[in-house]
Design a protein around this ligand. Structure first.
Ligand code: G6Q
Length: 529
């Protein structure tokens, strides 16, 4: 049995942690008169490329920030990020059977900038570029031109990222091209989508790295049947994105197949062909290329030593401060742009599947909190739903709002003296200030305690390039937090147990096995309906 001392060795024993613990007894008071002054706001911000991070409304001061950077140094955060991007096998747990893989999603997008020179990253990047060229050629083909709609069938990492990016880029749609997503194994969802589209003009891209996911296989079969019922040959309409040699790597069943490798985790795969086929089809290859360039730019930023401007690391450290020292259990991402409406759902998977872990990389229980609950919805709508809780509830959430200076479509008017975009931004800044400073009032019902932390990620406009940068910023923020906690952010064993049990219940529905307790009682409750 390991002593508590040894268990604490890694994260908790670092000298910076001890200092941060001390500072957390009396964190910076944002409610003090003049605390949120222009000097603080100007100093506590970082700009690099298309992104600016404003964090004056986090409860940090110079001493805390110095210690957080020291923590990053003590934990070798940058060295680990560089090792990841160079293709070292970071996806593993020492001493127990685990995935034991490289983590190379950054190589899916570096072929338009400086490639990472390490051997493994170069090999991965070269393969990814081959897939990119294959996609470019497929999109140029005359036979592809007749399609107006693409349905992506896939779940988890094969769905959430592509949907978030698709929604963000709708403005860039090639004429007459749109996408639908079938992810859940809910027949009503599939039926609804099949009603909306003209199958003759529809491509279906089935995305599954393993090629064996229950939901995806079932939905694919259901959609294939609909094509057959309409007298259409599914083979000419169906594409696949999958691992080489998976059950879906089958030229007899698909008009074309694109490949992904095991070193690209599902939730980090949107810049591979997992997102590429649909994004290239709907928005054109150049738009997809811009997304890759923006993401790759931020990949390089994540490796830089510049404290003020390594935004993913900065954000990871602020998150650690809020999570481990101020003990806030949740992290809300609130985009003040409808274009990013599905980003919180994507980040929920990316963050919670990556960092919802309880053991470190040597298989030992960690004696501190890891990844927070991630949630969010676009503002200002969110202000009319859960902001009451955020301002006056008994729990405190740590918040990151995303703001854009200019709208995407440019259709806006002065209504009562301001544009809609100005109203949106006014609300974004107002909320951040109100959460920080609070408001004294003799009436307890109208009292705001303040000191509720938030920060703002700003960009000039939601473009393919800035979107790529935002995506990569969050991916690396999550990876950095995993490095700091010394957990494996790249596997997802926690989803296996429920899947296995569902398989047993499916066998009961099939009649190939008899239900035992407690399954039996659940099935009899169903029978009684
Ligand atoms: C993500 C996970 C998971 C995965 C889905 C779909 O990181 O690995 O969400 O993406 O389970 O898996 P397939 O792509 O293999 O169908």
């Amino acid at each position: 049995m390991l002593s508590l001392e040894v268990l604490h060795m890694k994260f908790l024993a670092s000298p910076a942690v001890n200092r941060l613990k001390k500072y957390s007894q009396k964190p910076f008071d944002l409610t003090k008169k003049g605390a949120l002054n222009s000097r603080r706001i100007e100093t506590l911000q970082g700009t690099l490329g298309p992104l600016t991070l404003l964090y004056a409304t986090d409860r940090v001061d110079d001493a805390v920030l110095d210690s957080l950077w020291q923590l990053a140094e003590e934990r070798g955060a940058l060295a680990k990020m560089r090792a990841m991007q160079s293709g070292q096998k970071l996806n593993k747990i020492q001493g127990v059977p685990s995935e034991n893989r490289r983590v190379l999603h950054t190589a899916m997008r570096d072929f338009f900038s400086d490639r990472n020179p390490s051997k493994h990253a170069l090999v991965a990047s070269t393969k990814a570029f081959e897939e990119f060229v294959k996609l470019e050629q497929f999109l140029k083909k005359r036979s592809t031109q007749k399609y107006h709609t693409i349905i992506q069938i896939g779940i988890g990492g094969s769905y959430l990222g592509p949907e978030a990016l698709y929604k963000a880029l709708e403005k860039y749609q090639v004429q007459n091209r749109s996408a639908r997503f079938i992810s859940n194994v809910d027949p009503d969802n599939t039926a609804r989508i099949l009603k909306e589209v003209d199958l003759k003009k529809t491509l279906v891209v089935v995305v599954s790295k393993s090629g064996s996911t229950l939901e995806t296989k079932t939905n694919e079969a259901l959609v294939r049947k609909a094509f057959v019922q309409k007298g259409l040959d599914p083979k000419t309409h169906f594409l696949s994105v999958t691992g080489k040699n998976s059950p879906m790597d089958n030229p007899k069943a698909y008009a074309a197949s694109f490949y992904m490798e095991d070193y690209v985790g599902g939730r980090y795969s949107v810049t591979s062909m997992v997102g590429g086929v649909l994004l290239g089809f709907c928005f054109g290859i150049e738009t997809f290329k811009e997304v890759l360039k923006g993401a790759s730019y931020m990949d390089k930023v994540a490796c830089s030593e510049e404290k003020q401007t390594n935004l993913p690391l900065l954000s990871a450290l602020l998150g650690i401060w809020n999570r481990n020292f101020l003990h806030y259990p949740t992290f809300a991402v609130i985009p003040y742009t409808e274009g990013l409406a599905r980003l919180p759902a994507h980040l929920q998977q990316c963050d919670m599947e990556s960092n919802g872990k309880s053991i470190d990389k040597e298989g030992r229980q960690v004696p501190f909190c890891t990844g927070p609950i991630v949630w969010g919805e676009p503002g200002t709508s969110a202000q009319h739903s859960f902001y009451q809780w955020i301002h006056q509830g008994t729990d405190i959430a740590s918040i990151e709002c995303i703001g854009v200076k200019q709208s995407q479509y440019g259709y806006d008017e002065q209504i009562e003296g301001t544009s809609s975009q100005e109203k949106l931004l006014a609300n974004l800044f107002a909320q951040s200030i109100a959460l920080a400073t609070g408001k004294k009032d003799a009436n307890p019902n109208k009292r705001f305690h303040g000191n509720r932390p938030s920060r703002i990620l700003l960009t000039k406009q939601l473009t393919p390039y800035s979107l790529g940068a935002i995506l990569s910023y969050y991916e690396h923020k999550i990876a950095f937090q995993g490095f700091l906690w010394d957990i494996n952010s790249f596997d997802q064993e926690g989803v296996q147990l429920g899947k296995k049990l569902a398989g047993e219940i499916i066998d009961c529905f099939k009649g190939t096995s008899a239900p035992k307790e407690p399954i039996k009682s659940y099935l009899s409750a169903l029978e009684q309906l």
